[in-house]
Design a binder for this molecule. Structure first.
Ligand SMILES: Nc1ncnc2c1ncn2[C@@H]1O[C@H](COP(=O)(O)OP(=O)(O)OP(=O)(O)O)[C@@H](O)[C@H]1O
Ligand SMILES: CC(C)(CO)[C@@H](O)C(=O)[O-]
Ligand code: BAL
Length: 284
């Protein structure tokens, strides 16, 4: 497995693979890899001959009071994990390589509709940062396929829309959320949790599971009342819920009576750690 830090070098290597007729996959990450990320790389390897795993903590998607400075950077351990998986190439550029003219001067990609609300409301500018860097990565790598996790459900919707709207010739593939045995979605930020917080954290998934059951069973659910009750349930377990929203799985607009494919989106703080999760349901 090779690691490259420069776009020029990456392009030369990929050109060589392409000229041999190899299919190229991309898995964008911010590093600190766990089994969720490895599942994305394995899925990409099912559809591509060589997979580029990018590791880049993208400053453009972090808000002023967020954890850009403390976000775990663990390149060596990440390389060792990827070494076990298969034919991967690590692309780990420095910030100066991705934003040579600085952030303030950077052209941005804005994705209307699906970027708004949910995490888009609580993290202003976040999805512009994600959409911009993902567009740049897709242009740098020019992959046949790119794999993203359903754990970041709204992000996946944003990326599907930008690839479609900007006519980027890539297949965007979603991969299911990988969870710990107790249901907690694996996430780099789980590492911020204290032992006590970690023991409470699975409540977020349990709350979503209970809510999903009600959505499957109730003949005419009152979505707002159910969301409010679920937030109160989380609060009683020591969370500070940011939102629990029941949405149309495709548009991410609030669920309405005729919708059958629904997704429950949730974000909540445990102490200073912000966790997100989601669960999709089909109404009878
Ligand atoms: N548990 C998981 N299951 C499936 N995919 C995941 C999981 N966790 C992260 N991913 C996916 O991995 C890719 C890179 O995500 P990222 O590096 O931000 O990891 P993360 O663990 O979600 O980090 P953070 O805690 O900062 O949100 C994204 O497409 C994300 O959806
Ligand atoms: C897609 C991504 C790598 C863009 O920085 C990031 O938002 C993430 O890790 O999910
Ligand atoms: N996993 C999404 C990236 C972020 O929270 O910034």
């Amino acid at each position: 497995m090779r690691t490259v830090h420069k776009i020029k070098e990456l392009r030369t290597i990929l050109q060589n693979y392409r000229s041999q007729g190899k299919r190229i996959g991309l898995v964008p990450t911010m590093g600190n890899l766990h089994e969720g990320h490895i599942a994305l790389v394995s899925k990409a390897l099912e559809a591509a001959d060589v997979v580029v795993t990018s590791i880049f903590v993208n400053p453009m998607q972090f808000g002023a009071n967020e954890d850009l400075d403390t976000y775990p950077r663990t390149l060596k351990a990440d390389q060792e994990k990827l070494d076990q998986v298969g034919n991967t190439l690590v692309f780990a550029p420095p910030v100066s390589e991705v934003y040579p003219s600085g952030l303030a001067n950077q052209t941005q990609v804005v994705v209307p509709g699906v970027s708004e609300g949910h995490c888009g409301a609580s993290r202003p500018g976040h999805f512009e940062g994600v959409a911009t860097v993902v567009t740049m990565l897709l242009n740098m790598v020019q992959p046949d396929i790119a794999v993203f996790g359903e754990k970041d459900f709204q992000q996946l919707a944003v990326i599907r829309k930008l690839a479609n709207d900007l006519m980027i010739p890539v297949e965007i593939i979603g991969a299911p959320t990988v969870r710990d045995d107790d249901g907690l979605a694996k996430s780099s930020r789980n590492g911020y949790l204290s032992e006590l917080e970690r023991s409470k954290a699975p409540k977020i998934y349990q709350t979503l599971t209970n809510l999903a059951q009600q959505l499957e069973q109730l003949p005419a659910p009152d979505y707002e009342a159910l969301s409010k009750a679920a937030c109160e349930q989380l609060q009683s377990h020591g969370f500070r819920p940011e939102y629990i929203n029941i949405v149309n799985s495709l548009t991410l607009a609030p669920a309405s009576d005729g919708d059958r494919e629904l997704t429950i989106l949730a974000a909540a703080f445990l102490g200073t750690t912000r966790l997100i999760d989601n669960l999709s349901v089909t109404r009878p």
